[in-house]
Design a protein around this ligand. Sequence first.
Ligand code: BGC
Length: 905
Amino acid sequence: MALKRSVMGVGVVLATTLAACAPTKKPSTIGEEGAIHVADLRTSELDHPLALAAAAPSFSWKLVDDARNANQVAYEVRLAKDSGSPTLWDSGWVTDSQQIGVPYAGPALAHGQAYAWQVRVRDNHGKTSRWSPSARFETDLDVPADWGASWIGAPDPAATSAIFRKAFDLPQAPVRARLYVSALGVYRTYLNGQRTDGDILAPGWTDYNKRIPYQAYDVTARLHAGHNVIAAMLAPGWYAGHIASFGPEKYGKSPLLSAQLQLDFADGTHTWVGTDGTWQTAPGPFREADIIMGETYDAQRLPQRWNDTGVVSSAWVAAHVPAGGEAYTQLLHPQDDAPVRVTGMRHAVLLPRQPTAGARLFDLGQNMVGVVELKVKARAGKTIQLRYGEMLNPDGSLYTANLRTAKATDHFIPARDGEQSYTPTFTYHGFRYVEVTGLDDPADVLAVTGLVEGSDLAWTGELTTGSAMLDQLQSNITWGQRGNFFSIPTDTPARDERLGWAGDINVFAPTASFNQNTYTFLSKWLRDLREAQTPEGDYPGVAPNPVRMESGAGWSDAGITVTYTLWRTYGDRRVIDNGYASMGRFMALIERRAGPGLKRVHGPWADWLHLDDPTPPDLLGTAYLAYDAQLMSEMAAATGHAADAAHYTDLAERTKRAFATRYLHADGTLGTDSQTGYAMAIGMGLVPPATVADAFVRTIHARHDHLATGFLGTPWLLPALSAIGQNELAWKLLLNRDYPSWGYEIQSGATTMWERWNSLKPDGSFGDVDMNSFNHYAYGAVGDWMYRHIAGIAPLAPGYARFAVAPTPGGGIKHGGGSLESAYGRIATAWTIDGSRFTLDITVPPGTTAEVTMPRVDASSVQDRGQSAASATGISQLHAVAAGAALVLGSGHYVLTGDVSDIAL
Ligand code: BGC
């Protein structure tokens, strides 16, 4: 047993565990106390992280203030080693409204140290809050100096998986215990027989040649005085398992584990236990463990009480410590995005039709991502097989043809007779149906439960659509998101692909960022993209990019557009700062390639999967050059790069002119009759909308008012129609139920977004099997329009500090609304049309301003809770505009009513 003295930089022993951290010593006496307080403290946008990069934390909070028109005018932040300890840094009162990403500006923070911070604020009404409850965080380790653990693996280099254990004695129970773990591969860890965490497939997927994430867990409660056992399972994961259809071993051959447990005792002493050659290893239960292929779990091979105090048999040998592990240690970084976890459960029902003898086919009722818990009455040694599919064949059997080479099959070999459960550990699937075979009697399948897995992001958006079909559409979009946001944003969770396709997230990021808080998840992916940037500055089509996938317009541009979406949505400029140099190199490259004529022809995918409605690739490429330049000019200006901002503004203008010169004809056509061409030209502001409005509408009528757009055009289609005053046509496309449309998928029983408009054809046959996923979020990009036009919420300034509320009812729908948990707090809307009366219920969080448009409402009739709006507190600038009544709201809750001047609603 190797108990060593700490080699860490943890010089200070905490007086208490952090759990005992008191919120504040005494309430503030400064200023007038009132109904104002601070909530939802985030440290670098994380909720009490245990390994936060020590170099530059930032602080964010929300203000809770009952008064209308409230905003913060000053704040004070203070930080201590723990809430009982003396203050290490106090910002003093800072006269500033900033509530997002306030940088820490105190003395350098130590590594491996716990800290707590608080904030108090003063509002524009002169009220001062109490000190907020403390937000705790711990800093990361000083790697490599603080990472004393070795990398260990199975002695047999051909072994793809293994189990490990290490027993040790403790003189006393620790007051603080942290487990830091990483793997080249995927791991699960245990202390005294219990899992240390709920993470799935940790440490997640990055380019392991550049960055290996490690996790930190609070395991204080798992340890006791006396004998303890730490144990782990290890499998190939993305590191050595199959990636897409490219085969296994894209990063390395044999998985490795590195873990260290750091313990602090009440008497001020410390110790640690780290992976090394004294750990024991055994082959373990996995005959196969592969993300794409599935898992074969032979319970007979799992030693009894292997992760507990069980007797160690001769099956256990010393772990292998390969030479050169220090090189991996150098690449360790704390995970800074949300881990993949089980985020939900679904009970499967036995299908009434059982077409295959000896099999039991179950329906989860929802295309989902994750694994199942199988409850069976089984016989020891008899293999039970689980297969997964998104659809059924016409004969009722499981449809797996679209999985291509992904076997997506699990096997469970019980170690004993009788009732028992099995849940796969090191794989995951995309499926709605599960087929179980291999039991003596198929009726011995007792239950199948779906465990829904994905990156565990907070849900932030909600839509009330007033239409069952649209509610289902929103459900399909969110289910596609929750399963495909799996460490990286994948295209599809089912077939042999599951790659971080940049084009897909380029079009979907705005919708996704309404639905969930994507900040840390997509920031992490943007770093993956930067780490995959080519030496000349190009971003590839996928990230991580182990097979050197090429780039393409609309795909590589995600480096710019996703960054912009995160900044606009969450208001934190760090996301720009982090990518600024890299984005600059990309911009320089695409500008250079476009040549003096500013014509960008680049990329194999164009308007991917359009319906026989092609758009010239140079039109798409040039449009994206202008759009990227526009976004970069805003981001450069926001981060103090004035000269760059001027350059990008100029580039955007010149490219727009080049675009118009080349494509815009005198008759108002664009030299193409593709819907996407028009939608992008209008949506990206490349031509005056009115000039092409008629030609655009003709492209829709030519398809009998149906869409034909591919991945790149779809997000712009309805926004462009709304922009040219064709609100009803936008609603019509949204509400269509026949092919091709969003509604067609729903009429066909879809529970997630399909890859193709014709993934299932109107004749009931399947679309092209070579590429036909039923869980592909790209066409869910319409969600952005739904939030902006049904909930009516759209950002006007970063973080929604200023936002629009402008619902555009249509399609005969009489009520709608939605909400968004913004960085400042909850924005909510609910509108109804009752005869000629329009009611709009709005919540505006403190620190923000809403610019409201009440559609077709007579401005002189507007009231707030029955009082004239013109004199109500919080309301200003009430006036008539072409679209109806316009007014500006400070924070607060309003119930606005008005007379609709045009009953055509
Ligand atoms: C993926 C897409 C991706 C595309 C590139 C497909 O195989 O599933 O979603 O964007 O390739 O064109």
